[in-house]
Write a protein that binds this ligand. Structure first.
Ligand SMILES: Nc1ncnc2c1ncn2[C@@H]1O[C@H](COP(=O)(O)OP(=O)(O)OP(=O)(O)O)[C@@H](O)[C@H]1O
Ligand SMILES: [Mg+2]
Length: 224
């Protein structure tokens, strides 16, 4: 039997804004197995990013529990969550989220600094990752000297640097033309083939169909 890498058990998320409560997720349960490629689809505001942030330990559910690699993250403290995010999860966002005045190489090295890896090893690993995503000739460029597709590849290299078992990608092709978007999807597919669990959020059905399983969210509930 294939192990579950992510188990979401009956979670709800309610954002509190002053006096108003905004329900974003209601009674959501799902299991994702090791090595799966899953896409999460739904309209704007349906709760996709909220679910992604909770799976990635960037945010906590209001009720319910989330188990990642066999550990209940609802019970972890901030330091344990930070370590989980650094070592076991690779995040890729729509807006790339690179540091502006920092070269591609330094952006990719960053998670290794937090992991206390010494400089020589950091540079070696970061270069390997940039080569893997096809950016061997762009290592010393700043983000604004790179195309959107190249910036997203830097972000993927950074997400991969600590060899996470799970890649979470929130609209990774949302800001890209179709050709650069295709290149990013190819990289994610290759990573999945190498054994990584890939979870991708998108509102684009064509992108979603790349995955072997599609989870649909409507108004904070999973409908299929
Ligand atoms: N920090 C927050 N505070 C209050 N409400 C929030 C917050 N973040 C999200 N929401 C609300 O929760 C709901 C779900 O938002 P979420 O960002 O998860 O949607 P989404 O499916 O990712 O949408 P999109 O496709 O536009 O990115 C929305 O109604 C949104 O307004
Ligand atoms: Mg979103």
């Amino acid at each position: 039997m294939v192990k579950a890498v992510v188990e979401v058990n009956n979670i709800s998320k309610v954002y509190k804004m002053e006096e108003v409560e905004v329900p974003a997720l209601m009674n959501v349960s799902l299991t994702i197995k090791t090595g799966e490629f899953v896409s999460i689809v739904g309209k704007s505001g349906s709760g996709k990013s909220t679910l992604m942030h909770i799976i990635g330990a960037l945010d906590r559910p209001t009720t319910g529990s989330v188990v990642v690699n066999g550990r209940d993250i609802s019970k972890m403290n901030e330091a344990q969550l930070a370590s989980l995010r650094n070592k076991e999860i690779g995040f890729v966002f729509q807006a790339f989220n690179l540091l502006k005045r920092t070269t591609a190489l330094d952006n990719v090295e960053l998670p290794l600094i937090y992991a206390n890896i010494h400089e020589k090893e950091r540079i070696k690993k970061a270069k390997e990752m940039l080569i893997k995503v096809g950016l061997e000739d762009r290592m010393h460029h700043l983000p604004n000297q790179l195309s959107g597709g190249q910036q997203q590849r830097v972000a993927i290299a950074r997400a991969l640097i600590n060899d996470p078992s799970i890649i979470l990608a929130d609209e990774p092709t949302g800001n890209l033309d179709s050709k650069s978007g295709r290149a990013i999807l190819d990289i994610l597919e290759n990573l999945n083939r190498e054994g990584k669990t890939v979870i991708i959020v998108t509102h684009d059905m064509e992108v979603a169909r790349e995955a072997k399983r599609i989870i649909k969210i409507v108004d904070g509930r999973i409908t299929s």
